[in-house]
Write a protein that binds this ligand. Structure first.
Ligand code: C2E
Ligand code: MG
Ligand code: MG
Ligand code: MG
Length: 303
């Protein structure tokens, strides 16, 4: 349209490109500033055992508080942070945030839950990031509480991740989860070499699973695969009671995560509205979760 278009169209194109470049510069600037000022925070989303409704883990999902105080989701800055070489620093900030909040995490979700962090596939294959990161995990004093979520790409080609980093993590007791499983490029034979602890089935397979025979077939395949390879399966993006009911009735999948149980929530907000076990059970049986309101129970229950 631009090539054959009138001058008007070309002019429009220029301005919109300028606008885009400007917007990018703005976010780049605020990203650098945010790192300097440590303006990142984490929302936490529980992983729930769908048989007992207990929280077995919690995932930290980074957020950026921009210079106007608006909370930005990772989709607006993770790729850019990776491009600009800022992702490693950001990851260390996330870890620092977890360490700082560990008492509140324990109080809210339980003292034995795993704590998951996301690491970009590019970082996973880079020993220059991963070695010091492993040391930082060890320095927390509770490395065995951690689970690192990496997408399939990190496993497809032989990288330093599998040869050098995984053994270090193993020794520390740090667990590995394959995030967004099923939409990446890993072949079955590549999977056979992976020594991960958890497979997270991508949300696209969980959405309306009760109505989609093809997704059901894929789920069954992933299930038997993970069984054979000794990995735990967790469904991500569970939003409805129907989806939960399907998983419970038709699969052996034991764990799930999604808006149905809780949206990712700031610890301060959870503190204001502490979940109650009895309420959780009632609500699980009868109605979908409210926004930002956890409806699960913590192992051991609430006092
Ligand atoms: P992810 O690790 O696969 O996390 C799941 C994403 O799905 C989160 O989006 C979460 O808020 C969202 N989600 C959870 N349950 C539901 C549901 O029931 N329905 C729907 N529609 N969405 C649900 P979020 O927080 O925006 O994060 C997006 C991605 O950003 C993450 O995907 C992860 O890849 C990346 N990310 C988040 N935090 C970090 C981080 O600290 N470091 C790195 N490298 N990446 C991160
Ligand atoms: Mg994740
Ligand atoms: Mg995921
Ligand atoms: Mg995802």
């Amino acid at each position: 349209r631009v090539k054959n278009g009138s001058k008007g169209a070309a002019a429009f194109f220029d301005t919109s490109m300028e606008r885009e470049a400007l917007a990018r510069m703005k976010i780049e600037q605020s990203l650098r500033l945010a790192i300097l000022e440590k303006r990142f925070c984490c929302a936490f989303q529980p992983k729930v055992d769908i048989r007992t409704q207990e929280i077995t883990g919690v995932e930290a999902l980074v957020r950026l508080r921009d210079d106007e105080g608006v909370i930005q989701a990772p989709s607006t800055f993770i790729n850019l942070a990776t491009e600009l070489g800022l992702i490693d620093e950001l990851t260390h900030l996330v870890l620092a945030e977890i360490v700082k909040s560990i008492d509140l995490i324990n109080e809210t979700f339980g003292p034995d839950t795993t704590i998951s962090m996301n690491v970009a596939a590019k970082q996973a294959g880079n020993p220059e990031f991963m070695r010091p990161f492993a040391e930082a995990l060890e320095a927390t004093g509770f490395p065995a509480r951690f689970m690192i979520e990496v997408t399939e790409d990190a496993f497809v080609t032989k990288t330093h991740f599998q040869d050098e980093i995984l053994p270090i993590f193993r020794k520390l007791g740090v667990k590995i989860s394959i995030d967004d499983f099923g939409i990446g490029y890993s072949s079955l034979s590549a999977l056979a070499d992976i020594t991960a602890d958890e497979i997270k089935i991508d949300r696209s397979f969980i959405t309306d699973i009760h109505k989609r025979p093809r997704s059901q077939g894929i789920l069954r395949a992933i299930e038997s695969l993970s069984e054979a390879l000794g990995m735990t399966v967790i469904a991500e993006g569970l939003e409805s009671f129907e989806e939960l009911a399907y998983l419970q009735a038709a699969t052996k999948i034991r764990y799930a995560q999604g808006y149905y149980f809780s949206k990712p929530t700031f610890l301060e907000d959870l503190k204001l509205a502490p979940p109650r076990a009895s309420e959780a059970r009632a609500s699980l049986a009868s109605r979908p979760a409210q926004e930002n309101r956890p409806t699960y129970s913590r192992a051991g229950g609430y006092r």
